[in-house]
Design a protein around this ligand. Structure first.
Ligand code: ADP
Length: 473
């Protein structure tokens, strides 16, 4: 089967969050399973671009609204990622250092999608599946059906995966001229709540829709930033497929970012050494349990309650634990956390920014990982933590609910709590402390259990194949 993945992110080319991890791994494992999966993404100015070799595959000329542009398609030469990678280069629009966050993002990603379809119009064959990820590629299913220029692509089945429905790519109708001439009778298939809504449009126009966990799919019908009714209406074409993790990149036995590697047998010792290194670096006492938080400092992740929560942790459990935070996002939260760590230097450290290496060391060296997310479509951090024998403390929502079982239940291995609140976080920290301080034997057992888990992609690939097969004509 030939599958073309379209995405704004793909690890290690460009990653902002979980989308990048998934698009960097899913095609690799599809290829390993004997399929021909490729990724097409925008060309950004990233270290990966300079470190690898490229061939120019195609040059075209097209437009987004009244901006005409030349674009180039570059193919990575050596199959470095385990699948064919194509970058769409549009001078002045895509070739920037950051993935998102520019005022003209709507124009940038619409141009990317148009260039891709324009290029595909020149192919001599048709792929079996076009698989679009998140709102940056969400106009493709509509354009393939209703833009006259792309009419001959309309019989290629499309799949749309929602990694995060919080971001929908909303545009005013004044931006509708970005799209190549389209059948205006079909305006309703672009619209939701009076706006041009790319995410809603993909839900309406893609042949099948997937989300990254079953619980998240259920939640979308009552909590999806205005799309609840749409999910209710379209639920028959939607399916929840839990993400896998790239067990090669995230492997405690070989991880390139770790100085000490481990399998079940030597986990306690190596994890201890990695923890010692982290504690030395951030001046913590390594005999105390190490709690970590990694992620975007945004409301979705409940980052806004972390400063208050950790302040009360310091008073409720004085001198009993250390907290290491890695993330960036909301400036106010960043400032509050930095201030807190200034005040409690011996017990709290905050690293603002994106640090892939440190994140691996934290998953490996910590005792507990906290994820109080208000919304968590799948969540990868808890799976990485478990893969490295670190106990997850997560809110009972979305993919967190589908991957963590509370220790209070038979054979459970993590901590679940119901509310993204200061009280629930501290109650759970209290439970974790009790475990750490009174039952190291249980901690060991739980760690060994988690190290045996298999969250690899091989399990999820089969579900995606079933979705593809259901629509291939
Ligand atoms: P989301 O995609 O909503 O941000 P996920 O849990 O699906 O959340 O994926 C987050 C990914 O981004 C994980 O690989 C996590 O380790 C990584 N990550 C998030 N913030 C940082 C950071 N500041 N430094 C390094 N890695 C980070």
């Amino acid at each position: 089967m030939e599958i073309i993945h379209l995405s704004a992110e793909c690890y290690p080319v460009a990653k902002v969050g979980g989308l990048g991890d998934v698009v960097g791994a899913l095609p690799k494992y599809q290829c390993k399973a004997g399929h021909y999966a490729k990724v097409v993404m925008p060309l950004y100015i990233t270290p990966f671009l300079n470190k690898n070799e490229w061939t120019e595959d195609f040059t075209g000329h097209t437009n987004v609204g009244d901006r005409w542009f030349d674009y180039k398609i570059f193919k990575e030469k050596n199959n470095t990622l385990g699948f064919d990678l194509y970058l769409v280069d549009i001078n002045g629009l895509l070739d920037r250092e950051k993935v998102y966050g520019y005022d003209d993002d709507s124009e940038r990603f619409t141009a990317f999608q148009i260039a891709f379809l324009h290029w595909m119009n020149h192919w001599e064959h048709k792929p079996d599946i076009i698989h679009c990820h998140d709102h940056h590629t969400a106009l493709i299913p509509f354009m393939m059906k209703y833009c006259y220029a792309f009419e001959n692509l309309s019989d290629i089945p499309t799949v749309f995966t929602i990694h995060n429905a919080q971001y929908q790519g909303w545009m005013g109708w004044d931006k509708s001229f970005y799209l190549p001439e389209w059948d205006t009778w079909k305006k309703g298939l672009l619209e939701w709540d009076g706006l041009l809504n790319p995410l809603a449009s993909a839900i309406k126009n893609a042949w099948r829709v997937t989300t990254v966990s079953e619980s998240y799919l259920n939640e979308l019908s009552y909590q999806s930033k205005g799309l609840e009714q749409l999910f209710e209406m379209e639920k028959n074409k939607c399916v929840g497929i839990l993400n896998g993790i790239d067990a090669e990149v995230w492997n405690p036995a070989t991880d390139l970012f770790l100085d000490h590697h481990f399998k079940i047998k030597n986990a306690a010792k190596s994890k201890g050494l990695i923890k010692d290194e982290l504690c030395r670096k951030f001046q913590f006492d390594p005999s105390k349990p190490l709690f970590i938080f990694i992620g975007r400092l945004v409301a979705e992740k409940a980052a806004d309650i972390l400063p208050d929560a950790f302040l009360s942790t310091m008073y409720l459990f004085p001198n009993r634990l250390n907290i290491l935070i890695l993330g960036s996002g909301d400036e106010l939260v960043e400032q509050q956390l930095l201030k807190l760590s200034d005040h409690f230097k011996d017990h709290i450290h905050v690293e603002i920014g994106y640090q892939e290496a440190l994140s691996h060391q934290m998953y490996a060296g910590a005792d507990f990982l906290l994820m109080p997310s208000r919304v968590e479509p799948c969540g990868l951090n808890q799976m990485y933590a478990m893969r490295y024998g670190t106990i997850p403390m997560v809110r009972n929502t979305g993919g967190l609910r589908d991957t963590v079982k509370d220790m209070g239940e038979e054979d459970g291995w993590g901590f679940l709590f119901n509310h993204a609140s200061v009280e629930d976080i501290n109650h759970t920290i209290g439970r974790a402390l009790e475990l750490y301080e009174t039952d190291q034997e249980k901690m060991k057992k739980v760690r060994e259990k988690m190290l045996r888990f298999d969250h690899s992609w091989e399990n999820s690939i089969q579900h995606y194949m079933e979705v593809y097969e259901s629509i291939i004509v």
